[in-house]
Design a protein around this ligand. Sequence first.
Ligand SMILES: Cc1cc2nc3c(=O)[nH]c(=O)nc-3n(C[C@H](O)[C@H](O)[C@H](O)COP(=O)(O)O)c2cc1C
Length: 326
Amino acid sequence: MWKIGNIEIKGKTVLAPMAGITTFAYREFMRSFGVALCYTEMISDSGLIFNNEKTYEYLPHKNENRPTSIQLFGGTTDKLLAAIEKIEKHTDNYDFLDLNLGCPVPKVTRNNGGSAWLKHPNELISMVEAIVKASSKPVTVKIRIGWDEKRINFKELLPKLEEAGVSLIAVHLRTTRQLYGGKARYDLAKNIQDLVSVPLVISGDIYTLDDAIKALEITGAKAVMLARGQLGNPFLATQIETYFETGEKLPNPTLHQQLEYLWTLSNMMVKEKGEHMGMLVMRGIAPHFIKGFPFTKTSRVKLTKMSTLGQLKVIIEDIKGQSLLR
Ligand SMILES: Cc1cc2nc3c(=O)[nH]c(=O)nc-3n(C[C@H](O)[C@H](O)[C@H](O)COP(=O)(O)O)c2cc1C
């Protein structure tokens, strides 16, 4: 157990913010596997300021379990402040306000948002100070290690962010230039928790329990952030949580269990978004549940084209039938 501000966090796994994926249904699904903290998808300050209806749908759900962090992105202090005012008028249904300082997408960095902030550390720290002052909730940040190989500056930034008043720092161990490729730079992250007393959460390449054990050992961080490694493998969270509670290393799920998880998530997604939108979102996620299992390639393609829960049911039964034949 560890704390962000005064709030106890009961576990070692945090669900990463992921645009297009970590909707309300997805967050609730992952909580059932034990993740201790969830973030919304990144939410645009402009979308909130201009009362864009779609943007407001990204805010936490009224029935949301907690703790939940709202992740906000934007390129100027003034607009971020205006967006926070909007959030605070709209909902109290969250625990932390997270600033996205790591998004590498040009559409975001061109407007000085996301990881573009890392190129201007002084402005970044002044902005964070202003946000901490204005927000009624504890403020957290998610950063990368730097803009590019020549500008790796996270170790200087960590204590400054702490001084500016943040309550938690999530560090994605890649540069902006790396986007999502190459390896996360654990070689640069030895004992980084010693640099600050606020909790660190470590992000990058956590695909297995052993990856999580290693990441925590190297960095000393309080928790790992699960992103691509949990896509189609929600039980990874349970494996990590169980290990740190009991020392037991649970085996990987069977194909049948994976299909159960897929069915559950699809139904939750459809309940949240309706069948049409829910199944569109699931087209991107579903194939991950059967990757690595032999003879499922044709089914994976079918999953990228499904439109209804009925079609998903047929594909699942088909996979089960085939696995019995072998
Ligand atoms: C599809 C996708 C969407 C993402 N969206 C966000 C986002 O909205 N906000 C954010 O801070 N990071 C976002 N990320 C980055 C992840 O939170 C995480 O830091 C990154 O994927 C590194 O972890 P991994 O190597 O375990 O995937 C996203 C990543 C992916 C793959």
